[in-house]
Design a protein around this ligand. Structure first.
Ligand code: CTP
Length: 448
């Protein structure tokens, strides 16, 4: 008689009784069981951000159950159909929580939904073993509104409070998200574990400093600070008190952006000779961005992200910078900056009253990387060569507003007691502040 071959898939994080029951039942359906364990990147791509065990640990756990005759890795959408054909599968089995979802596989083999074990799941185990941090938000503007929903998908993050000296503003924000509103910062600090600073630029220094002095870990929006001395002081303070201070430069934590940097560093476009990044967002007056008294302007609004791209690729050892700006009412509505490195050049173009294409181009001796607008919300890029047949396109999804990646990094640094993060080093953050400060001081700035 022919062997009946069964296949099943899962993440199998923190392997539990539900998994064991499922694997046993799947094995009982036939003679040979193949278990597909999702890869880390595939899980992240599906929006599963909080998986605790890495793929090697999860494969090991599945092997140790003794039910699997073979373990494979699931790494892409559509792979199930390939596997079923490749491994000559008779039965595809999965828990009943997926009932109906895999009927499309009936074309290739028999689909069986097995009873799910009640009362247990990896999600539940992760939640039970996770410290929940009370996050307080300083400020209640646009970015704060985007932040709260993004925390919901990060285990351990729970926004409880909002601080705004403007009572009405804070109250209406608190009402939308079910938070407590504070107008007194000291009281606010007493009731939270972590602080996310999303207030107007000029208030960052004071809020971050006081939060650190109260022993709170801090995530601070961009532009982090407008003075290098202040940045050095605050990173120093965080270090001294063993606290995490992270600049919320969201693009740094996007999966696609990280891959651009590692591909370029691996030499796929040869030596990098130039980086060109642009960002423009038109803002209608009256608004904070166009107010000189509130440090408005294209440079303070947008330089952080464009400088991030330049510094992640070319490093912090630049030797001179030069700026040209169109200024209206004391605010730069357009700024072009040129940064020279010993062996490379870089430039950035920023606009809040001038519109341009917001793309990123990294040029090298063998080819270039092209990231279309809006490159700072990277989900696609292309590596291009003189010989176009060698071009390669890379697609990456990101979920929601994409803020979840920086929030997750922040929490992971706190949980794992890491002060520094390779996605955005403190020295890189300081270098970005330094360039913005040069501009604010008017060094090498020419009005056009
Ligand atoms: N499973 C089950 N009973 C449970 C939990 C999971 O039968 N209580 C089954 C799922 O239906 C699936 C397999 O185990 O067929 C792997 O599921 P997986 O997603 O890895 O486990 P969950 O515990 O559901 O994980 P999460 O909470 O992250 O979704």
């Amino acid at each position: 008689m022919l062997m009946t071959r069964v296949i099943t898939y899962g993440t199998y994080d923190l392997l539990h009784q539900g998994h064991l029951n499922l694997l046993r039942r799947a094995k009982e359906l036939g003679d040979y069981l193949i278990v597909g364990v999702t890869s880390d990147s595939f899980d992240r791509g599906r929006g599963k951000l909080n998986v605790r065990n890495n793929v090697l640990e999860r494969v090991e756990a599945v092997k140790n159950t003794g039910y699997a005759d073979e373990v494979i890795i699931e790494d892409y959408l559509g792979q199930k159909i390939d596997d079923i054909q490749k491994y000559d599968i008779d039965i595809f089995a999965i828990g009943s929580d997926w009932a109906g979802k895999f009927d499309y596989l009936n074309e290739y083999c028999k689909v069986v939904y097995l009873p799910r074990t009640e009362g247990i799941s990896s999600t539940q185990l992760r939640e039970e073993s996770q410290t929940v941090y009370r996050i307080g938000i300083v400020g209640s503007g646009r970015i704060a509104n985007r932040f709260v929903p993004e925390t919901k998908v990060v285990n351990g993050a729970h926004v409880t409070a909002v601080m705004n000296p403007d009572k009405e503003n804070g109250k209406s924000f608190a009402k939308i998200y079910g938070l407590t509103a504070y107008t007194n910062f000291d009281q606010f600090l007493e009731d939270v574990d972590l602080v996310y600073v999303a207030s107007p630029h000029l208030t960052h220094y004071e809020y971050v400093k006081r939060a650190l002095q109260a022993d709170k870990h801090v995530l601070c929006e961009i532009p982090f600070l407008l003075s290098k001395d202040q940045a050095l002081e605050l990173y120093g303070l965080a270090e001294e008190r063993n606290l995490v201070l992270l600049e919320a430069s969201k693009t740094a934590f996007f999966p696609a952006f990280g891959h651009i940097v590692t591909l370029v560093k691996s030499g796929i476009i040869g030596d990098v000779v130039d980086v060109k990044s642009s960002l423009s967002k038109m803002v209608p007056p009256p608004t904070r961005e166009l107010d000189a008294a509130q440090a408005g302007g294209a440079m303070t609004e947008h330089a952080s992200l464009t400088l991030l791209a330049i510094i992640k690729v070319l490093g912090i050892e630049w030797h001179d910078v030069d700026f040209r700006s169109r200024i209206e009412n004391g605010v730069d509505i357009y700024t072009k900056g040129v940064i020279n490195y010993p062996h490379a050049t870089a430039s950035f173009t920023l606009g809040i009253g001038v519109k341009t294409e917001g793309n990123l181009v990294i040029s090298g001796t063998k080819g270039y990387v092209y990231v279309p607008a809006p490159w700072w919300l990277t989900d696609f890029f292309e590596v291009r060569y003189e010989d176009q047949t060698k071009n390669k396109k890379y697609f990456y999804g990101y979920d929601g507003e994409g803020l979840r990646y920086e929030i997750q990094e922040w929490l992971s640094m706190i949980v794992n007691n890491r002060r520094s993060c390779y996605k955005l080093r403190r020295r890189e953050s300081i270098a970005i502040v330094e360039i913005i400060e040069k501009y604010i001081k008017g060094e090498k700035v020419t009005a056009i």
